[in-house]
Design a protein around this ligand. Sequence first.
Ligand code: GRF
Length: 220
Amino acid sequence: MKADPAPVPKILVLASGSGTNLQALIEATRERNFPGELIAVGCNKPGAFALERAAQANIKTFVVDHTRYGSREEFDAALLAEIMRHSPDVVVLAGFMRILTRDFVRAFRGRMLNIHPSLLPAYTGLNTHQRVLDAGDRTHGVSIHFVTEELDGGPVIAQAEVTVEEADTPESLAEKVQRQEHILYPIVVRWFCEGRVQLGSEGVLFDGEPIKNPMRLPAN
Ligand code: GRF
């Protein structure tokens, strides 16, 4: 008799919107030999298209509607309880538009990733594409980082750059950046599941070694 295959890390994705990054992760994790399993998708917005994408892929979903909670703490406690029912090894934020409390973030230290549409530490927060254009920057991009208590401030694992052209608009930049997001997030989640990427006491470890700068995909 064949031995059961070793269990692979369980991935839980949190999303709030259209879920194009979720879609990229669904497709990647379905590939043969992907070293992780996407077990559930949680959402704070009933009706978000991300839920539809998960349902289409036969992935379990849950909704914790933030408008039904009186405080951030109550919302986070409810979200945490739902997440724990699935006992994930890693929580992947993919366009999850809620700021999480310190206790929540601590519960997943080193096990929660986020994607942010800028080359961090530049442009934390919202409206990054417009701000890049306003500043006249020539490069822009996306960052994937470990989530820590500091908003968009956790150690950056990897980045992909895009070139800003004269004719770019916030919409065209968003498209360019998203194309890179859909390539980069599955790569980083794979690294995490393989144990290649970890959060050390001083920052990101790659293959056990501290990295001075984020891993980079070349400019596009
Ligand atoms: C992405 O651009 C990501 O960088 C940001 O939110 C957006 C989510 O898009 N955090 P989608 O829902 O994955 O399409």
